[in-house]
Design a protein around this ligand. Sequence first.
Ligand code: CA
Length: 227
Amino acid sequence: MYDVAVVEDEMLARKATALSLRQAGYTVHEASDALACRALLRQKRLDLVVLDLGLPGLDGMSFVRELRSGSQVGLIVVTRQSAAETRIAALDLGADDYLVKPIDYGELAARIRSVLRRSSREHGRRKRLGHCTVDLDARTVSNGSESANLTRGEFDILTRLMQAGTKIVAREALQSVISRSPQESDLRSVDALVSRLRRKLSELDNGNVIVTAPGFGYRLATPPEEM
Ligand code: CA
């Protein structure tokens, strides 16, 4: 779960942006000016700030500079001015991206995902597994030259196995990962999914990534490592 701050003095605009981000699944904190945002940064572990440059008091550009000098938080600036100089200045000061008002919420969500993906790369939400790299945010597995095309269920199974290191994960536990209503699937569907996942991974890795514990479950052959 990511924590996002929306900094905007116009209440209706702030509430609308905050609502759209809550609906997109983020934990949203609201601030009406730079002072309130400073307080949030001290109290919460924010992943990203959506900052309106048109704020009362401390001007937006100065606040961008201040934010960047003290933290690596993701930063998307919002401006009414479509002037290129404003956008370039904000990016030069360290903003990760910008949007021009009126905000298109779909576009804002896409920009946020992109910034969070980039920052998570820098902060290592990628793991090494055998000869492969697993990106837990982009949900991809690759060996440097090729990528596996994993389904949602296959990736969820892989994630669950990785959480366990090399410990065995029971088939029932894997079933609950892929199905909210266990009565609709049986354990054989877990076996089928794991066997597809194993085949796709072995094409990338040339080795056996997943080990079967007969009658019980599955585990990874080698532990995932931080990158
Ligand atoms: Ca404003």
